[in-house]
Design a protein around this ligand. Structure first.
Ligand SMILES: [Zn+2]
Length: 138
C-alpha cells in the first residue's frame, strides 16, 4: 500500500469535503482518504439510507424482499469499509441495526453482530444471503 504525502491545504480540502458530505473529517484525514474515496462514500451513504428507508417501509409479510434488501445493505457496508480503507469485516457492520424488522441484539455489544434466534430476518442463514458485490473475507 502506498501512502502519499499531503499538504496542509489538501488536508483542509479533504476535511471540508468530508464534512459537507456528512462524513467524519478527522477519520477522513486519519485514514488518508482521497477526494474520490469521499465522493464514493457520499454516494454509498445515500444508497444505504434509501435502502434502509425502503426496507423499513415494507410490511413484515414482504419477508423475502426484506431479506434481499438486507443482503444489499450488507454489500454496501462492505463497499463502505473498502472506501474507508478498513478490513472487510461483517462484525463491524452497523447499518443493519437501523432495520426495524431485525430483532437481533443491538444494545449489549454495539460493534458485534449478535444474532437472535427469534429474529425473522436472521433465522434462516440461507435466505440472509452473503454479500452480492464484495467477497466476505471473514
Ligand atoms: Zn436480525
Amino acid at each position: 500500500m502506498t501512502t502519499k504525502k499531503t499538504t496542509k491545504r489538501q488536508d483542509t480540502g479533504i476535511a471540508v469535503l468530508a464534512k459537507a458530505n456528512g462524513l467524519n473529517p478527522t477519520l477522513a484525514l486519519k485514514r488518508n482518504r482521497t477526494i474520490s474515496n469521499l465522493i464514493t462514500l457520499s454516494k454509498l451513504h445515500k444508497k444505504i439510507n434509501n435502502l434502509i428507508d425502503e426496507t423499513n417501509n415494507l410490511p413484515r409479510s414482504k419477508l423475502n424482499k426484506i431479506k434481499l434488501n438486507m443482503s444489499k445493505i450488507e454489500s454496501v457496508e462492505f463497499q463502505m469499509q473498502k472506501e474507508w480503507g478498513f478490513d472487510l469485516c461483517r462484525e463491524n457492520h452497523t447499518h443493519w441495526k437501523r432495520i426495524k424488522h431485525c430483532k437481533c441484539d443491538k444494545t449489549t455489544n454495539v460493534r458485534h453482530f449478535s444474532i437472535n434466534r427469534t429474529c425473522p430476518i436472521h433465522t434462516n442463514p440461507k435466505l440472509f444471503r452473503p454479500s452480492l458485490a464484495v467477497p466476505n473475507t471473514h
